[in-house]
Ligand binder design. Structure first.
Ligand code: AMP
Ligand code: MG
Length: 400
């Protein structure tokens, strides 16, 4: 059996790379750029008026002039006009080109205007060049605005739009299938017989993937080798990632590892020294184009294994920085005897002094998924210790 650190290493050693696609700019939110975005012109592209007011030639002010006849108006979106007389001014609006011959803008708040003449109210506080956003001071033509690998948030999309790109090259998203196996499972709309349960794991996984921008397909198979083999074999033709739940333990109906092996998916690890989630299985096709996570079916195990292993793996594959765990303080002492890493559900609590406390919610084991509704995260307590006093600092993996 492997430690949690060994499992992390094997996941890192078997990462997947995604190809690229071009998407319309309006669909690019959250995607990762696969091209470099360059400035197509200077930023700003001209000396831009930054305040509504008047544009003057500063030398006149330096010579003691305080009143300026208004000779014309330069609005945003109008072609460049000259300041015909250096002792006059043009009224200018934010976003306008600075008139040629002017170098300084005085805002309306510092002026009084009567009969077409502007008078400065605080002439001593004016500086040459004020309220002018000079051409090219932010970026120059051909400067790199966004390197490949950048995740497109709203602010990056604004930059892409401003250089006139209606579509962008981005990393493809993995096509993910979520698959439950189990003879006892019926679906939400069905009424379970006494020996059956309504399955829930696939919907937890589908929603968690949706949070990552992934639309996963959902499938359920009975514990039957032929049916699972046929089903997975089809799913492997049109999905990059399979996330399975159930059928990976040591039970008489746990056929998933055997079926995956038969389909040419190589096992990189099976069983991790952790609780819950010990039977976790991870493998990939030899060409690394298909990746399979087979999570134990107990709902708490499925949830923990998804957020602790599968989600960071997928984020990395998608070119994103995986969400790091939060380092939090245990609110009260916990004892855990087995020599396994203990992933304990916790409710986080922000303290006025800035500390984040983790309140233990041990629940009644890995089948108790109703307990998770009170939890924010799994606290990762190391295998090496048994007693974890209050104040112990440990990483907490958020569950959404
Ligand atoms: P398994 O990993 O197949 O041995 O299943 C372990 C436990 O998890 C059993 O009690 C199953 O009934 C339960 N379980 C398995 N799959 C699901 C599922 N999709 N939704 C809810 N519970 C499940
Ligand atoms: Mg089962």
């Amino acid at each position: 059996m492997l430690t949690v650190a060994d499992a992390d290493q094997l996941l890192a050693d078997h990462g997947m790379t995604l190809t690229t696609e071009t998407v319309p700019f309006s669909k690019a939110r959250g995607r990762v750029l696969a091209e470099t975005i360059l400035a197509d012109r200077d930023f700003p592209p001209f000396d831009r008026v930054a305040m509504d007011g008047i544009a003057i030639h500063y030398d006149s002010l330096a010579n003691g002039q305080v009143t300026y006849p208004i000779l014309a108006i330069q609005r945003a979106g109008e072609p460049l006009q000259p300041l015909p007389d250096p002792t006059g001014c043009l009224e200018v609006m934010t976003g306008a080109m600075l008139p040629t011959g002017a170098d300084t803008v005085i805002r309306y708040e510092d002026l009084s205007i009567t009969d077409g003449v502007a008078t400065l109210t605080i002439p001593t506080e004016m500086e040459r060049g004020q309220n002018v956003h000079k051409q090219g001071t932010d970026r120059r033509t051909f400067d790199v605005l966004l390197p490949a690998g950048t995740m497109l948030r709203p602010v990056e999309l604004a930059v892409v739009a401003s250089v006139g790109q209606t579509s962008v090259s981005v990393l493809k998203r993995p096509r993910v299938a979520v698959i439950a196996t189990g003879d006892e499972l019926v679906d939400t709309h069905q009424t379970p017989l006494p020996h059956q349960i309504r399955q829930s794991n696939v919907y937890m996984l589908q929603a968690a993937l949706y949070d990552m921008g992934l639309d996963a397909s959902v499938h359920t198979f009975p514990d039957d080798v032929a049916t699972i083999t046929a089903g997975l074999s089809t799913l492997l033709t049109n999905h990059d990632v399979l996330i399975m739940t159930g059928g990976v333990s040591a039970g008489k109906a746990d056929f998933v590892p055997e079926v995956l092996g038969g389909l040419g998916i190589r096992c990189h690890f099976h069983k991790v020294e952790q609780r819950p989630g010990r039977p976790l299985w991870f493998g990939s096709s030899p060409d690394q184009q298909r990746v399979v996570f087979a999570l134990p079916g107990n709902p708490v195990s499925t949830t923990m294994c998804f957020y602790r292993y599968a989600r960071p793996y997928l984020q990395t594959a998608m070119g994103l920085t995986p969400d790091p765990p939060l380092y939090v303080e245990l609110a009260k002492q916990v004892t855990f005897k087995p020599a396994f890493t203990y992933f304990m559900p916790v409710r986080l609590e922000a303290m006025p002094d800035g500390r984040l406390l983790a309140n233990p919610l041990p629940g009644s084991g890995s089948g108790d998924f109703t307990n998770l509704t009170a939890a924010d995260a799994f606290l990762e307590l190391p295998a090496a210790s048994t007693v974890f006093p209050a104040g112990t600092l440990a990483p907490a993996w958020s569950i959404g």
